[in-house]
Design a protein around this ligand. Structure first.
Ligand code: ADP
Ligand code: K
Ligand code: ZN
Length: 433
């Protein structure tokens, strides 16, 4: 089922014609209303009227997170302040928070795209949606909330935290859809077990997980434990919030970017050159319809690739591959590039290791040291030390083999690694201090 059949299945030619019209209009708007962009366009010797085709996108200047910070709080807004109906701020995972503003049309579009996303995940107005994304300045809670209402479903605005109670409510109200970070889904599962509730026996059938990187191995783990279909949702506050792209439950193979609203590119993060379809690099997004804070070629820092192969679900919008991490998440350990998600995959493939882990990086003298702490699976906890050491050794060896880096792996007792209601913090790199 497709929420907006007409727009979500537009033939590529028509889609591109629409994108071009919207891009031209966007350039006019930011040139006229945002001093920062007028200056950038002038410096690059480009005028809105120069944009004759989507190919000309590459001549436009990039926007970086730093540009939002330099113009903090409202400098990049393109409409008079009284036209802004809501503010949100990014969670500041990688530094000072940035502020974004929405017009009434922006919040309507957002609800529309989140409604599309719910249906893309297989949900409908029959569903009870347990929304455990944080409500507040973070975009997750309210973003999913209004989308669920737009769909006509029943939304349960639980927000993050109060885990024990959440589990009871999920059972009592018979939630069929869960929205949360994937790490919080695991926390809910754990709390349910403690309360003697087997989530597999509840009506819950769909998990819509995002806001942080996760792996296919994590998906499989959650699906088995909770007896649900887990799909990936992507978004960022600078561009809108959740619902920039959504994985369809039909193919479960990458997230459809709502291309009538967002124009994606993949670039080489070092040279800034556009890369051909399919290549892996940094995702760059231009907002085609946003009024409050429209952004040209926003560098997300997220590493992905674009798949233009038609999808079996019927949607024509391009799919982005699961984000393996942000370019600024990449750890360089003694010269070797390592993404935390690669480590996660290996941990989850190892029997006896739980999905709760953290990565500690330190420097001793001139040498980087990486220690990975993994909670041992409850069932294995009472096993002989010898067996536990075997698990540690296996993870260590696999990481060395596949990622080429030596690590120390330490199994720790179940439930000793801190749980989070939102985005999990897994990497502790004390080298930066
Ligand atoms: P912050 O940048 O402060 O974390 P946001 O809450 O806007 O602020 O987070 C957006 C970021 O979260 C994205 O740029 C991306 O790095 C990450 N993210 C969101 N959804 C996903 C997802 N499904 N997979 C991987 N990373 C995601
Ligand atoms: K309903
Ligand atoms: Zn699809």
């Amino acid at each position: 089922m497709i929420f907006d059949v007409e727009r979500e299945t537009l033939p590529r030619e028509e889609l591109e014609a629409l994108q071009l019209r919207r891009l031209q209009n966007l350039c006019e708007r930011v040139y006229a209303n945002v001093p920062h962009y007028r200056k950038r366009f002038d410096e690059a010797g480009i005028q809105p009227a120069h944009i004759k085709s989507l190919n000309d996108l590459k001549y436009l200047p990039f926007t970086e997170k730093q540009d939002l910070r330099n113009n903090y709080p409202f400098g990049l807004f393109a409409v008079p302040k009284e036209n802004i109906v809501r503010l949100h701020a990014s969670s500041g995972t990688t530094g000072k928070a940035t502020v974004v503003g929405y017009t009434q049309r922006d919040v309507n579009n957002w609800a529309e795209l989140m409604a599309r996303s719910f249906m893309c995940a297989g949900a409908s107005r029959q569903d009870f949606i347990h929304n455990a994304y944080g409500y507040g300045l973070f975009t997750g809670g309210l973003g999913a909330h209004y989308g669920a209402e737009r769909l006509g479903a029943t939304v349960i605005p639980v927000s993050g935290g109060g885990t024990k109670r959440q589990v009871q409510l999920m059972r009592d109200f018979g939630a069929t859809v869960l929205c949360s970070t994937p790490s919080y889904a695991l926390v809910l599962h754990e709390a349910a077990l403690e309360a003697g509730i087997d989530i597999r026996t509840l009506p819950l059938r769909i998990g819509i997980f995002g806001a942080e990187p996760w792996t296919d191995e994590m998906r499989a783990d959650i699906e088995t434990k909770m007896g649900i279909t887990a799909v990936n949702i992507y978004g960022l506050s600078e561009i809108m919030g959740p619902g920039v792209s959504m994985e369809c439950a039909v193919a479960k193979d990458g997230m459809h970017i709502y291309e009538d609203h967002f124009l994606p590119e993949i670039i080489d993060p070092v040279t800034g050159e556009q890369l051909p379809p399919g290549a892996t690099g940094e995702l760059v997004i231009t907002t085609l319809t946003k009024e409050g804070i429209p952004l040209i070629r926003y560098r997300t820092r997220d590493i992905s690739s674009l798949n233009y192969v038609p999808c079996s679900c019927g949607r024509t919008h391009v799919r982005m591959r699961r984000v393996t991490g942000r370019s600024d998440d990449m750890l360089i350990i003694r010269g070797v590039n390592v993404f935390p998600s690669q480590i996660e995959s290996i941990i989850l493939e190892t029997e006896g290791a739980s999905p709760h882990y953290r990565i500690l990086v330190t420097r001793e003298g001139n040498l980087d040291h990486m220690e990975i702490q993994v909670e041992v699976d409850e069932a294995m906890f009472s096993d002989a030390i010898k067996n536990l050491q075997r698990i540690e050794g296996r993870i260590q060896k696999t990481i060395k083999e596949f990622l080429g880096v030596s690590t120390k792996v330490r199994l720790v007792e179940p439930r000793t690694i801190e749980r989070s209601a939102g985005k999990a913090k897994r990497v502790f790199d004390s080298r930066e201090l």
